[in-house]
Design a protein around this ligand. Structure first.
Ligand SMILES: Nc1ncnc2c1ncn2[C@@H]1O[C@H](COP(=O)(O)OP(=O)(O)OP(=O)(O)O)[C@@H](O)[C@H]1O
Length: 311
């Protein structure tokens, strides 16, 4: 069964098209990765699924029911972990979870039990009476998750839940995504961290300019570009202008320069390493490391969008 179906979804802000005739299905039991660089349209799509925005056109179905016609059904079956923390600083951890779970229709003892269970799930059971203003970034993120899952939704959408937190909390959150999935939840996970998506997602969609430009398992996505290679070059100092000159070299399909790292997606069949090296040396660049690898998910993203995920 499909937990989510998006058909021909478009969202315009004035003349600007943020989501462009998007179609997508997420099946029960998947951990579905939604990958896209800044402004690709991920949060707008999520806000449309959450009914926080109205589509310009198109249809969204949750568990095969149109969300515009079955608002209550959609709400009770969906849990959203928003990108921006949505918690009240002047309410205790438990009060926060009770407040949000209450919005989904839970009441009385059941509400309190589920709220305590959700706090336990994210490892904050001993913090029920504490105020989030005293929490670390990672604890606030975990509380944010507890608020979204206490009503036991079938579909949970997490919008970059690991941004700016310590590695321990990050691992805790990734572990909880897996446990939620094992308990029967379908998860949509958006992230800027390719390695997280590679680690936990069973299927991945790449979003660019409001469209899904590729969709499949990690292996399927990589198999589509086996004729490519990935070249990474670490320089003492990388000038973004280098991308423009490197782009002229035969075989190079896409380049990204971030910090001191140049990532190149190139045709496997073209032997261009010598030309690349000569150009870098002629430009006065100091090369610290150079590596040629088989394509990975980063290469797929770079080849298809022409950008690095974090550009
Ligand atoms: N309310 C709005 N009014 C006008 N433009 C908007 C509005 N909301 C989003 N946009 C634009 O729509 C595009 C898609 O934004 P969106 O937030 O969906 O991207 P995203 O993929 O979630 O990016 P990020 O990773 O930065 O969150 C952006 O260009 C953004 O500026």
């Amino acid at each position: 069964m499909n937990v989510l179906d998006i058909r021909g979804l478009t969202k315009k802000f004035g003349e600007f098209i943020a989501v462009d005739n998007m179609s997508l299905s997420v099946r029960e039991g998947e951990i579905f990765g939604f990958l896209g660089s800044n402004g690709a349209g991920k949060s707008t799509t999520i806000n449309l699924v959450a009914s926080l925005l109205r589509p310009t056109s198109g249809e969204i179905r949750i568990l095969e029911r149109n969300i515009a016609k079955h608002r209550r059904f959609a709400k009770t079956n969906l849990g959203i972990v928003p990108q921006e923390l949505a918690i009240y600083q002047d309410m205790t951890a438990l009060e926060n979870v009770i407040f949000f779970a209450g919005l989904y229709g839970l009441r009385g003892e059941e509400l309190k039990e589920r709220a305590l269970e959700a706090l336990q799930f994210v490892g904050l059971e001993d913090k029920e009476k504490s105020y989030p203003k005293n929490f670390s970034g990672g604890m606030k993120r975990r509380l944010n998750i507890a608020c979204a899952i206490a009503h036991r939704p079938k579909l949970i959408i997490m919008d970059e839940p690991t941004v700016g937190i310590d590695p321990q909390s990050r691992n805790y959150i990734l572990g909880s995504v897996r446990r939620l999935n094992e308990m029967g939840c379908t998860i949509i996970y958006t992230s800027h961290y390719m390695e997280e998506v590679e680690e936990i997602c069973t299927r991945i969609a790449i979003v660019d300019h409001g469209k899904i430009i590729a969709d499949g398992t990690k292996e399927q996505l990589i198999a589509a570009i086996t004729d490519m290679k990935n070249i990474t070059i670490e320089l003492k100092k990388a000038d973004p202008e280098l991308a423009v000159t490197l782009k002229q070299i035969a075989g190079i399909r896409a380049i990204s320069v971030s910090d001191n790292l140049i990532t190149i997606s190139s045709d496997l069949a073209v032997d261009n390493l010598g030309t690349i090296l000569k150009l870098l040396i002629d430009s006065g660049s100091e090369i610290k490391a150079l590596e040629e690898q088989a394509p990975n998910l980063e290469t797929v993203f770079l080849t298809l969008t022409g950008r690095n995920l974090r550009d």
